[in-house]
Each structure stands twice: as structure tokens, then as C-alpha cells.
Design a protein around this ligand. Structure first.
Ligand code: PMP
Ligand code: GLN
Length: 378
């Protein structure tokens, strides 16, 4: 029954692997969600909001207090100024912001450039518009992955409407530097196309790497939609609070589509995220350091288990090359060893990602230790 354009995307890998994890009572290092809570005061504010009756439709652009907190926090940290009235819209997670941006800004017949591997919702969103995807592969770089600059130059052309760049990157953990982002910026300005900067892991670039937004480069503010989310910053993937920032003309287009998707993002969580953005940056810094430690622990443990571990510079994930079919490995792993992981093949179109497997390390230390013990039984 499913329409043809969505048939290649009928099952998200995250749903499939999460189901297998539950079925086999596996430790879920697949879907990227923490198994511990964010700041206690933030949770309390959400509880209070519900008992205080904040349970009806909030403003569809987002509560003014949250919009103000989003732009103020960003200005303090990165220096970019956005108007809380007109240059930001609160969405049901970053996923909705991404989809609404694509639906609102891409015409049938346009080309959209995606850097693979990529978060799977990008390609499904493009498929909904009838536009064409051009992929650019990342390439190995000193134990990790980086942009393929030459391929990127070849991929953009007169029909390019939009490019999506994600840094810190899911799944490789690459943090793009100024040189990489400047190249994308140069191509975008020369070719007059738009950029979605997916910055959901913006707070999680590990020392000494620093997050840099492409929107801050010359000529880019006016053509960039910055997408971010509370999910990965405050350990609330289930709250579905994300946002898009950009010049009013672009945000109007995102908002137009968003009105007919969720209409509004969840109400009671908005004051809680406004509070957290404003008052919990120390918690975020401590969490970034803790995740860096978890990454070190997992990469060392996986290496000791014989895996070819790839470098990650931020975010929630570490990739290993298992040298054989990663999809099969991930489908069997929950039943075989009681651990779940994501095949990178599901986040890419080219076959050379087929042997890569992604583990999430955004878990309690005891969870990670137990997962490693189970993997050791192989
Ligand atoms: N972009 C990337 C790169 C992601 O990994 C994710 C999922 N965590 C999202 C967007 C979606 O975020 P959200 O849960 O806020 O929809
Ligand atoms: N972004 C998360 C990940 O990459 C999960 C998102 C989802 O389940 N759709 O694991």
C-alpha cells in the first residue's frame, strides 16, 4: 500500500533494532538515547508545568520564553545573533525541523546533497518532496572520517537547492573544522544554494575540538537553517523539543510546513528546556566530559575485543569496522549476545559502509561494562 516514493524508507533502522533489543532483552547500544536523566531541576519544572495546567496547545512558533532562551544561549556561546521573534521556530524534535525545512524549501526536481553516512530522516524527507538526492561519501582520515572535498565539488551543480551538513556527525563522530565548513560555504555561496546545519550534537564536541557553526562563516547566515534539539543536550530524547534558526524568510518556510506536521511542539516541556538552556550549562559541560570518558572506555574495550575502532571526536557514537556484513551482524547480535548496535549501511547508500557498525556510548558506566562483558562472550 505504501506510496512508491517512501517504499525504500518503509522501516527506520532505529525502530527495527530497538524492537529486536526489547525482544531479546538486549543492552541497547543501538538507538542513540541516554539511559539516565538530565538535570533534576529541569525535570521538576516539567512536572510542575503539567500539574500547573500547562497542558493545551502552546503558541505554534514555540513559547516566547523558550525562543528567547534558545537565541540567548546561542549568542552567548557562539556569538550568532537571531531574533527570538521571527528567526526561530520550536519544533517536535530536530526531526520535524529537518523535515519541515525540506518540505518548505525544496521543490520537486531540485537536487539535495547529503553527506553519507547520514541520519536516516534526511533522505526520507527528500523522498517526500519528489526531489533527487546526490550523495557525497565521507572518506577515511587518520583513523576516523572526514569530507571528500573533491567529490563534494563534483556533486553540486545548477540544480542543487540544498545541502545538509551535520557536525558533530552521526554516526562517525567527526567534528568538521573551519576548512571543511569553509569549502561548503564557498560552494553554497557560488552556487546560491541553501544549507541545513544539523547541530543536534553541538554541545558534545570533545576537547580539544570545538563546535563551529557554518552559519557563522561569511555569506552563510542568510542561506543557513540551523537545526538543533534538546534531546541530546539534556538527555530528553522523548520530549520532542527541537528548533530551527535562520533568517525570517527561511524560518517562515519551515514554519509553514511545520504547522501541518505537528502544529505545535509539546507544551509542558518548553519552560523546562528554557530553564535548562539558561541555567544548566555547567551540567552540559560535565556531561560532555563524561561522554568523552565513556567514548574512551568503549573504544578501548572494543579494541581489546579485536574490533577495528574508528575515531570519534564528539556526539554519542563510536563506529567499528567488523570486516563482514554489518547488517547481518546487527540483526543477529541482540539474540546472540544480548547487545544491540546499528549497521551503518542503513545510514548510507554506498556499499563500502556495509562493514561498519555503530555503538552508542551515551549509557551509564555499569550499562557499558555489562555490554562489554556480553560482547566478550562471543
Ligand atoms: N539529527 C541527528 C544527526 C540525529 O542523530 C538525530 C537523532 N538523535 C536527530 C537529528 C533528531 O533529533 P530529535 O530526536 O530531536 O528529533
Ligand atoms: N538519532 C538517534 C540515533 O541516531 C535516533 C533517532 C531515531 O530513533 N529516529 O540513534
Amino acid at each position: 500500500m505504501l506510496v512508491e516514493r517512501l517504499r525504500p524508507h518503509n522501516t527506520s533502522v532505529f525502530g527495527e533494532i530497538s524492537r529486536l533489543a526489547v525482544k531479546h532483552d538486549a543492552i541497547d547500544l543501538g538507538q542513540g538515547f541516554p539511559d539516565y536523566d538530565g538535570p533534576a531541576a529541569m525535570l521538576e519544572i516539567a512536572r510542575d508545568a503539567i500539574s500547573g495546567g500547562l497542558n493545551q496547545y502552546p503558541p505554534s512558533l514555540g513559547q516566547p520564553g523558550l525562543r528567547a532562551a534558545i537565541v540567548a544561549e546561542r549568542a552567548r556561546r557562539l556569538g550568532g545573533e537571531y531574533d527570538a521573534d521571527g528567526e526561530v521556530v520550536v519544533t517536535a524534535g530536530a526531526t520535524e525541523a529537518l523535515t519541515a525545512a525540506v518540505l518548505g524549501l525544496v521543490e520537486r526536481g531540485d537536487e539535495v546533497v547529503l553527506i553519507e553516512p547520514f541520519y536516516d530522516s534526511y533522505v526520507a524527507a527528500v523522498a517526500m518532496t519528489g526531489a533527487t538526492v546526490r550523495t557525497v561519501g565521507m572518506v577515511p582520515d587518520g583513523g576516523g572520517f572526514t569530507l571528500d572535498v573533491d567529490e563534494l565539488r563534483r556533486a553540486v551543480g545548477p540544480r542543487t537547492r540544498l545541502l545538509v551538513v551535520n557536525s558533530p556527525h552521526n554516526p562517525t563522530g567527526a567534528v568538521l573544522d573551519r576548512r571543511d565548513l569553509a569549502l561548503i560555504a564557498e560552494l553554497a555561496c557560488a552556487g546560491d544554494f541553501l544549507v541545513i546545519a544539523d547541530e543536534v550534537y553541538e554541545h558534545l564536541a570533545f576537547d580539544p575540538r570545538q563546535h563551529l557553526s557554518i552559519a557563522s562563516l561569511p555569506g552563510m547566515r542568510e542561506r543557513t537553517i540551523v537545526v538543533s534539539s534538546a534531546a541530546k543536550t539534556f538527555n530528553v530524547t522523548g520530549w520532542r523539543i527541537g528548533w530551527a534558526l535562520g533568517p525570517a524568510e527561511l524560518i517562515d518556510a519551515v514554519y509553514a510546513a511545520k504547522q501541518y506536521l505537528s502544529f505545535v511542539a509539546p507544551g509542558p516541556f518548553q519552560p523546562a528546556i528554557a530553564y535548562a538552556l539558561t541555567h544548566e550549562q555547567q551540567w552540559v559541560a560535565a556531561e560532555r566530559a563524561a561522554l568523552h570518558e565513556k567514548y574512551r572506555f568503549m573504544s578501548t574495550a572494543l579494541r581489546e575485543l579485536g574490533f577495528d575502532v574508528k575515531r570519534s571526536q564528539g556526539g554519542f557514537f563510536v563506529c567499528v569496522d567488523i570486516g563482514s556484513d554489518g547488517t547481518r551482524f546487527c540483526r543477529e547480535l541482540p539474540a546472540r549476545l544480548g547487545v544491540a548496535a546499528i549497521p551503518v549501511a542503513a545510514l548510507a547508500e554506498r556499499s563500502h559502509w556495509d562493514t561498519l557498525v555503530r555503538f552508542s556510548y551515551c549509557k551509564q558506566d555499569a550499562t557499558l561494562r555489562e555490554a562489554v562483558d556480553r560482547l566478550r562472550r562471543a
